[in-house]
Design a protein around this ligand. Structure first.
Ligand code: HEM
Length: 493
């Protein structure tokens, strides 16, 4: 009798695990041979298991457009073809609902992300440009001060410094506070930078931890700033101001910033929910912005010709004081291609994930994905696939040259429509214009003010890491030597 019990228990566990790991085979999908091995358990226990790398490896297996894999006990369908991924992301209306942004208030039900998207429209961003420039100046002033102390031997970890730049952007624009974390080192947002969100589950955006130990303190910060605007009439041209307008039933699009009185006493967005939106924006933007600037610098500093081209483009568009207007940023075509090439080679979000809400027949195939199952589009693996991008490990901004553009000649035969770095379809990144703006401002200011030189050892040894998952970083920072550069006035003849 006592012997039977463990045998029974073992059999139940064994059959359950076998049932889970045969999901894709039973449904007729091409699938990887899976099971829980001892070495996998050891790695998971030591937190050495690398989800992003494992998913990229699975992408390399076989030739099928779809592959059933398992993330722990979760059956996941991997899309291994970019055209199929684009069709699914664009045309699967209603089958893969992003419930996270669904919001119900009284009789109203809406998708919050859709409503808030106009916050990142060109008109709004143009009026936030002054704030962004100010944060960019904090970055340059900080480096200049360091240079004064250390003279010509200034060597800094730009990855760490750009992390502070990004949190300053978020503090000033999303949390609506006048903050410079290069100086105020005890601010809650500075502490957030050193906080690691590592979690065994958190390997895609959809699975980022819902709450952190910072949630309540960040909520207090939001509460104070919302009160300043609602009760004391403070108007500041930032994202928080637009969130507060939305909370008070005012339009987010348009050009008004002040709060307009509304007969409805009930707020559309509670402080708790508004703080959650702000924290979600913080989580998705912090590493994405700093890693894109860091990897752009890592790549361009190895190619003096790219740096020269960028500096010439900036000089061409700026006025005699080296200033660029918001509208002129669109003219930085070569810089735009560099950013796209960085996001291609180092996508800050390496995997797009969707949960199926209503069973879905996959286009041009005999397969159906069931409700509750996960679908993944491995951006990183697709962007580094020779099928879609020739010489994928080479940094070639001109592969994105549009015909008719006047920035040099493109000899690359790349199918540049394989690029899905900001997602595609209805759920694509709402913050991409904001991201490009703050990344460009940092790059312009750094390239205008400094000669930058990479530590030669880094070039061969730079290790890319996805810890904490999913975002991309360099494992040991980015050491760069800086020397001040005079901005030469443009010659107007
Ligand atoms: C270079 C920088 C960035 C890249 C490459 C990037 C890329 C992406 C990608 C691939 C997605 C997923 C799209 C999908 O699920 O189909 C996404 C979602 C999103 N992004 Fe970005 N992003 C960047 C910066 C930003 C910034 C600065 C913000 C806002 C301030 C932002 C806000 C969002 C939001 C709100 C979502 C939706 C997240 C969700 O569904 O939970 N992103 N982004």
């Amino acid at each position: 009798m006592w012997l039977l019990l463990p045998i029974l228990l073992y059999s139940v566990v064994f059959l359950t695990v076998r049932h889970i790991y045969s999901h894709w085979r039973r449904r007729g999908f091409p699938s990887e041979k899976a099971g829980i091995t001892w070495s996998f358990l050891q790695k998971a226990y030591r937190r050495e298991f690398r989800h992003v790398e494992a998913i990229c490896e699975a992408y390399q297996l076989g030739r099928d457009r779809l592959l059933g894999i398992y993330c722990f006990f979760r059956p996941v369908l991997l899309v291994r073809n970019v055209e199929l991924a684009q069709t699914i992301l664009q045309q699967s209306n209603g089958h893969f609902n992003e419930l996270k942004w669904d919001y119900v208030k009284g009789y109203r039900r809406f998708n919050l992300l859709e409503k808030l998207a106009p916050m990142f429209g060109a008109k709004r961003l143009s009026e936030m440009f002054g704030q962004v420039q100010k944060v960019g100046d904090h970055l340059i002033n900080h480096l200049m001060e360091q240079e004064q102390v250390k003279g010509n031997h200034l060597e800094v970890d730009l990855q760490q410094i750009l992390g502070v730049y990004s949190i300053n952007i978020i503090g000033n624009l999303i949390y609506g506070v006048d903050i410079n974390n290069f100086e105020q080192k005890d601010h809650i947002l500075t502490s957030y930078l050193s906080y690691k969100q590592a979690s065994i589950q958190s390997f895609t955006l959809g699975r980022l931890p819902q709450k952190s130990s910072f949630t309540y303190r960040l909520r207090d910060l939001i509460k104070q700033n919302v009160e300043l605007r609602e009760d004391h009439g403070l108007i500041r041209k930032d994202i928080l101001q637009l969130l507060v307008r939305f909370r008070n039933g005012n339009e987010v699009s348009g050009d008004k910033w002040q709060l307009e009185t509304n007969n409805d006493p009930e707020k559309l967005l509670s402080i708790k929910r508004l703080a959650k939106v702000a924290e979600d924006l913080l989580k998705v933007s912090l590493d994405a912005v700093s890693s894109t600037i860091t990897f752009t610098l890592f790549e361009i500093l190895q190619e003096p010709l790219i740096v020269e081209k960028l500096q010439a483009e900036i000089k061409e568009l700026s006025n005699e004081n080296g200033q660029l207007k918001f509208d002129e940023l669109d003219g930085l075509k070569y810089m735009e291609m560099c950013l796209k090439e960085t996001v291609r080679k180092y996508p800050p979000l390496p995997i797009i994930e969707r949960i199926c809400r209503k069973s879905y027949s996959l286009p041009n195939s005999k397969f159906t994905i069931d409700e509750g199952k996960t679908l993944m589009v491995p951006l990183l693996a697709i962007h580094r696939d020779e099928k879609y991008f020739s010489e994928p490990m080479k940094y070639k901004p001109l592969r994105f040259l549009q015909s008719g553009s006047d920035v040099g000649q493109c000899k690359d035969k790349t199918k540049s429509n394989g690029f899905i770095g900001f997602g595609i379809g209805g759920a694509q990144c709402v913050g991409q214009n904001f991201a490009k703006l703050v990344i460009k401002v940092a790059l312009i200011k750094l390239l205008q003010n400094f000669h930058m030189e990479l530590d030669l050892n880094i070039i061969a040894t730079l290790e890319v890491s996805h810890q904490p998952a999913p975002f991309i970083k360099t494992k040991d920072g980015l050491k760069v030597k800086l020397k001040r550069r005079e901005i030469k006035p443009k010659f107007y003849g």
